[in-house]
Unconditional design. Sequence first.
Length: 124
Amino acid sequence: MNNYSCVNAEYTVYITNFLDVNTTVSVHCKSADDDLGTHIVSYGDNFNWSFNINFFRTTLFYCDMSTSKGDLKGHFVVFDAQKYDCHDNKCYWDVSKSGLYLFNYRLNKYELQYSWPKSIVANQ
């Protein structure tokens, strides 16, 4: 596959709430060019969007997340064209009490990428 094909490929990011059945997560994602707005994600549901990366492969999306209980919040990079290797151009994130997990296709499992900031978790 040439570089032009990689740039024109469509990517999709999925963020799924696995915190607990009584907790929603507020997800507000942005890139340098796009503000996707705030989305409230119920337990077991996901927020997802699709996009094409830029020619220089510098596309980056980050999300601010917080729980309905207010006990967990953080700022996370969920797509970096130069960092994440998402199989079939799909990045699957699970949000849990211990942090954010990205699915690793090579190992066939989710791996912890980010813990919740300690100052917030300590106030629970």
